[in-house]
Ligand binder design. Structure first.
Ligand SMILES: [Zn+2]
Length: 282
């Protein structure tokens, strides 16, 4: 089985996780830029983070034969902090980098006016830089947040097939399917979407234009829930080809629209800027 996790925050995970993911069949992933839990106080801490998403993390993933890609954006939560407004100005140079396959995560956290501005500005950047867009939906008031996100996407003029609206559930999936956007689902260890609920949605809504991810980050999460969901699909009567479509060909088709996916075998390099994954460097 080959797995492409289309949304996982490896910055928050250990090297052991990369090793376990590789053993479970994960061969490629996309790491979206997001909120780190600790509020950032300047644009410079974003640029160091973005540099890590296109430098250190691809190196670390490569040690286990995993292809690492990134999406870059000012996340919805920090779009509300005036100290972070300047991040929008540095995005264009990151969006042109190798391995940056979309603008994201963008969208809504609390649906404020500041979030509206950042969301629209970054959809415009996706159009200018000919990249797909990854849209996060809020955990609170998800139905209204999803409907409003679909509206903003339509108003932006971006082709809906170049947008994934993520963190969906039974309540929000139909709205996104009707919009022509891709439907993203994050599988969590407790609450929200679980493997059995995901398999039921796939049965009802089909396997086309669907991305299933672990969204693993610094919160309670599990980077192997992609594999667990794939195994449950097989146990529930889906075929190997269905699993390959959902967990490999769909993410390749979606992020492939960037023209920047790199899926050839990785070569483990000895070091990155003088640092290896051995504790203490060298
Ligand atoms: Zn995320």
């Amino acid at each position: 089985m080959r797995i492409f996790d289309p949304h996982i925050h490896m910055t928050s995970r250990t090297t052991d996780d990369y090793e376990r993911m590789a053993a479970a069949g994960v061969r490629a992933l996309v790491e979206p830029a997001f909120w780190l839990g600790q509020p950032r106080t300047s644009v410079d801490s974003f640029t160091d983070y973005f540099d890590s998403l296109v430098g250190w993390e691809p190196f670390r993933a490569g040690q286990f034969g995993i292809r690492h890609h990134a999406t870059i954006a000012l996340n919805p939560k920090e779009a509300n902090d005036p100290r972070c407004a300047g991040v929008l100005d540095v995005l264009p140079r990151y969006l042109e980098k190798d391995g940056v396959v979309a603008v994201g995560e963008i969208g809504y956290d609390s649906m404020t006016a500041e979030e509206d501005t950042a969301f629209a500005a970054q959809l415009a950047l996706a159009i200018t830089h000919e990249l797909p867009a990854l849209v996060h939906t809020p955990h609170r008031d998800k139905a209204r947040g999803t409907e409003r996100s679909v509206k903003v996407v339509a108003e932006s003029g971006i082709e809906p097939g170049r947008v994934v609206i993520d963190h969906l559930n039974e309540v929000t999936v139909a709205t996104v399917k009707d919009s022509g956007c891709w439907a993203g689902f994050s599988i969590y260890p407790d609450t929200k979407m679980s493997p059995p609920r995901m398999v039921e949605i796939l049965r009802q809504f089909g396997t086309e234009r669907v991305l299933v991810n672990s969204a693993a980050d610094w919160g309670r999460s599990d980077p192997l829930l992609t594999r667990e969901t794939a195994d449950l699909m097989l146990a529930s009567g889906f075929t190997d080809d269905d699993v390959d479509l959902v967990f490999w060909r769909n993410p390749v088709a979606f992020y492939g629209q960037s023209g920047k996916l790199e899926l050839a075998e990785t070569e483990a390099g000895a070091s990155f800027e003088g640092n290896s994954i051995l504790r203490g460097g060298s």
